[in-house]
Ligand binder design. Sequence first.
Ligand SMILES: [Zn+2]
Ligand SMILES: [Zn+2]
Ligand SMILES: [Zn+2]
Length: 135
Amino acid sequence: MGSASKQSAFVSELLDDPEYGTTGADDQVEFNHTCGECGGHLIPVPTKDGRTWYRCEHATHCGHSLNACSSCGIGLPVRNKRTGLSKCSCGAEYQSCPSCQDGWLVERRGRYGPFLGCVSYPRCRGKAKVSKSQR
Ligand SMILES: [Zn+2]
Ligand SMILES: [Zn+2]
Ligand SMILES: [Zn+2]
């Protein structure tokens, strides 16, 4: 009898679990990217050439958009305020843009050599010098 009651408790736990999983928790992880302009959600939009960009759900009154991670082309690096780095789920790390809420810096080539510019350029002009000590 002891083992039988144990087993039924175990089964009911298993049955409960899937219900927790369908309460929208998955969606929240998927769309966990917040628009730095209005606080809305950023929605991933696939492009024809297989890349992804993210646009704000409030397209008409915000219009904010972000390119995806240039390393994997799909993920959106998430800013860590403590480290000052934006890290993508693929493992790529970027320096966070000092001039906007959610941009990160990618290496670009200017007239005077490589520099770090915001991924949202030209909308955001945030940039930094390439520090040779880092790499
Ligand atoms: Zn927005
Ligand atoms: Zn990535
Ligand atoms: Zn920026």
